[in-house]
Structure formats: structure tokens, C-alpha cells
Design a protein around this ligand. Structure first.
Ligand SMILES: [Zn+2]
Length: 148
């Protein structure tokens, strides 16, 4: 059995502007010229420090939150966080002034959780459709004429 894995290409630098305004596996916070991240919990600027494994952790002294930065791009001005990571915090709202957030700059935890839940359902059904298409095209190949 061969399973084909498609490795997503890293976003192009210009793509971050678009990516940051979209809701997905990452939600983005602004990074200032000094490298500080706009804390998605309270909105204050917070430093992001590298860890031994080349990832970054944001630690906000205003709200005392530590968060793994899933995608730290200070040159592009953005820091991506996993929605699951944000939802693991005991916060009732998040500071995420992005295009996907019509109630911005804040979004209530329940709304954020619902949005992520919808996103996962859509993504997973898309993944299922792709898997079915791949399965069907693989099946049509094996049913085709054999020329050996
Ligand atoms: Zn904070």
C-alpha cells in the first residue's frame, strides 16, 4: 500500500499578508519591528524567544501567558498560533484583529471555538473528497488495460 503525502509548500513571503488574514490551521498575530508579538490573549506586545528545538515561545508579561509560536516570521511581520493551542488557555476572549474576525479586534472564546470547529469539519470533508478522488483514480488505473 502506498500512501502519497503531499507536503504543503511553505508560503511565499508575499503570501503571508494573505495568509495572516485567513482563518486556518494557524491564526496570525502581528509582529512589531522589535520582534515582539501582539499577544493574542491581551493584545500587549510580548517577546518571542527561541527554544532549543528552533521553535519560539511568546511570553507575555501583561497577562502571564506562555504560548508556542507555531510560525514565527518576524521579517514578514507575523506570528502564527495553532487555534488548538489558544483554546487550551483559560481565556474568555482573544485579541485577533484579522479580516476573518468580523467582531474584531476581540473574538469571544465560544465564537472562536465554533469557528475552528467549522473549519475542521470543512477541511476534513475536503480531505475526504481528495482521498476518494485519489482512490477512484487509482482504481481506474488498476482496472485499465494492462500492457506488460
Ligand atoms: Zn498577553
Amino acid at each position: 500500500m502506498s500512501s502519497r503525502r503531499v507536503n504543503p509548500m511553505p508560503p511565499l513571503p508575499a503570501g503571508y499578508q494573505v495568509l495572516a488574514e485567513a482563518f486556518g490551521d494557524r491564526v496570525y498575530a502581528r509582529v512589531g519591528p522589535d520582534g515582539s508579538v501582539e499577544c493574542p490573549v491581551c493584545g500587549a506586545g510580548a517577546p518571542a524567544d527561541p527554544r532549543a528545538d528552533d521553535t519560539f515561545v511568546m511570553h507575555c508579561s501583561s497577562c502571564h501567558t506562555w504560548l508556542v509560536v507555531a510560525d514565527y516570521q518576524p521579517e514578514e511581520g507575523w506570528a502564527g498560533f495553532a487555534p488548538v493551542e489558544l483554546l487550551s488557555l483559560a481565556s474568555t476572549a482573544y485579541f485577533l484583529p484579522r479580516a476573518w474576525n468580523p467582531s474584531g479586534p476581540w473574538i469571544a472564546r465560544v465564537d472562536f471555538a465554533a469557528r475552528y470547529d467549522n473549519y475542521c469539519k470543512e477541511r476534513d470533508s475536503t480531505c475526504l473528497e481528495l482521498r476518494l478522488k485519489t482512490f477512484r483514480s487509482a482504481a481506474s488505473v488498476t482496472q485499465g488495460p494492462t500492457s506488460r
